[in-house]
Write a protein that binds this ligand. Structure first.
Ligand code: FAD
Length: 219
């Protein structure tokens, strides 16, 4: 995907704090590539639903997977509309007033119609989910069985109608509060992987692979 800035649609136009809006494809892609979990909202029989799930993106689409009986996967595979939210929390913003305490974040909202993924693209997507979650592991896991392949549905949505909103930096305090005694600034937050814990039934001769020891966790 080359870098370009698309005009927002009516529903992706930020109204609150519009200076934080981003519609540049490179910026949107960078946010999407930095996270691996999203929430997907859709309407089922007139009622709102929202589901948290894993995703990955290629140049043109976001992919989700799950049990073939999943209501969300069925909805998307039948071309249903969804609204997907992705967010990264970068810091806690400590202001001199409660009103201006906030968070630094990068978030994306994506609208569109789902589409079922079948055939070789379905199989490739299942490998890609492992590669995104634990890069390198997709090369060593056993081949999926036909039952496993049949049980797992994959759906996707085009990376087309989307917005990003980004807050960074200092609290935005009122002029009159700037000489206050209260500490102000940012507490940066980062998600890191802790020391891996071997499975209780792991064979004793299997050592921790480098790709797990040095896993860079997203989000
Ligand atoms: C970690 C985090 C914490 C937040 N905390 C607060 C809070 O405490 N209070 C608060 O008011 N807001 C908070 N926000 C911002 C919040 O997500 C909304 O942007 C804001 O509340 C405005 O909502 P609205 O319905 O008026 O949006 P509008 O500006 O009316 O939304 C119109 C369109 O703009 C786009 N848009 C809006 N918000 C976002 C977004 N966050 N990311 C990508 N696209 C977006 C969507 O396409 C949306 O359909 C937070 C965001 C994050 C990620």
């Amino acid at each position: 995907m080359t870098s370009s800035t698309q005009a927002p649609s009516a529903r992706t136009t930020l109204k609150r704090n519009a200076v934080r809006a981003q519609y540049n494809t490179e910026v949107l892609r960078e946010v999407l590539a930095s996270q691996q979990i999203c929430t997907v909202a859709y309407v089922q029989e007139g009622e709102p639903r929202q589901i948290a799930t894993l995703y990955f993106c290629d140049d043109t689409h976001m992919y989700l997977h799950g049990n073939r009986q999943s209501a969300l996967l069925r909805h998307m595979s039948q071309g249903g509309e969804v609204c997907i939210s992705v967010m990264l929390v970068d810091g806690i913003v400590v202001a001199r007033s409660g009103f201006h305490c906030s968070m630094n974040y990068r978030s994306v909202t994506l609208f569109g119609k789902g589409e079922g993924v079948t055939g070789p693209a379905h199989r490739k997507a299942l490998d890609d989910f492992v590669a995104v979650l634990i890069p390198g592991h997709e090369k060593v896991v056993r081949e999926p069985t036909s039952q496993e392949l049949a049980a797992t549905a994959v759906a996707r949505i085009p990376l087309h109608e989307m917005s990003a909103k980004i807050r960074a930096g200092d609290p935005i305090d009122d002029e009159g509060d700037l000489d206050s005694e209260v500490w102000a600034g940012e507490i940066p937050l980062r998600k890191t992987a802790l020391t891996p814990i071997a499975s209780a039934n792991l064979r004793a001769d299997i050592i921790l692979p480098q790709y797990i020891e040095h896993l860079q966790v997203k989000g």
